[in-house]
Design a protein around this ligand. Sequence first.
Ligand SMILES: [Fe+2]
Ligand SMILES: [Fe+2]
Length: 438
Amino acid sequence: MRATALLLVLLMLVPLAHAQNLGETLQECPGTMTGSTQPQQIHLQMTDDATIMNVMWATEGRATGEVEWNGQTSPSTDYCYNHDMAFHMASMTGIEPGEDVTYRVSSGGDWSDEFTFTPIDTSADNFEWIAIADHGDSSEGMDVSEAIIADTTAQMVTISGDIAYADGEQSAWDGWFNFQQDSMTRIPWVTAVGNHENEPGYEFAPYEHRFDSDGQAESEIFWYSRDFPGVHMVFMSTEHDYSAGSVQFSWLEQDLSTVDRDVTPFVIVYGHKPMYSSNSYHGSEVELRSALEALYVNHEVDLVIAGHDHFYERTWPVAGETVVNNGKDGRFARGYAPIHLVIGIAGRSAYEELDEPQPGWSAYRENSSYGWTRLVYDGDAREISFTHYRIDGTIGDQFILQEAPLPHESGDGFLGVPGFGTLLPIVAMFGAAVRRLR
Ligand SMILES: [Fe+2]
Ligand SMILES: [Fe+2]
């Protein structure tokens, strides 16, 4: 009887909820949220459609909102989770790759400043981006943030998980987003989820409400891919089931097998925990390696960019702990085996103890520096330059990954002809010129 009475009360409440002026999902927000509706924590959020860019922001008070761009407006979807802020997401549609978009957002009648971004043109010949992991808001983390904000040519930031280290303290996320706003309103930050996004008492809800990879408010998508100039990028979750037969495994297999290498010669997988790490704190995630390494090798993944261990490490192209290739003078040809990177150096306390001796698959490692990495795709040369920067501006490590074979791989002394290899760069240059003419 008691259950029936409760049901009747609930049914009576439904029309009341719909009768309110605010969007239905705003009903989740506590009625006590009467603070400022001035937009804050404003950030772009890429969609899988190059003509649509989403923007997300937060307000202290409950309100509906809108985005205004290039003389058009679109209403926001507004929602909450178990935190006293309202969140808003709106879509800028019909944008042209490569053409600047100026926009601003409002909620409750309060407008933000104007911002401008340039939508990424996937057919461009040049693409530059920054990759970080394990960020937070320590003084070193803020140094990294300031370097990113000062970088006016980077077109995107990727994070391989462990983002704000809120760990249940939701105001930490608010501060983190506000600190990055000068960058995040200008270029998209694209994320893979880490173990610190699985928060005590909240699980992944804050991450899901504050980032959005599929344009659906409150979705639960933790793996997705995007195409950029020359590079297909996969953002996967080491924090969800990835074993053979899992939904994520099937998705990865399907995604990696449909990459068109003529369009995107390179494939990068971002995920939080590393398959290869010689740091003594966490070390190699052996279960992850058993489940996914063969898939990555078979589908010729070029780079796997992880974090979790707070140090820097680059492997040689490696499969099954066996070094497949050593490149030449810091230059590698793609197609042998993935190079694994651990870049958990964006601000959290360094894990200084390393496995000794250094494993054969480990090409370079650094255990007490903080910083970020920067990648540049050159569409003429069809190569990616990778550089690891420390927060003092010095370079720790760098290498180049190219589509064409290295000259020495097809061989000096090929067929017993000395000097044959020296012809190959000329042949390669000729080939590149022909490709450009096509
Ligand atoms: Fe971490
Ligand atoms: Fe982690």
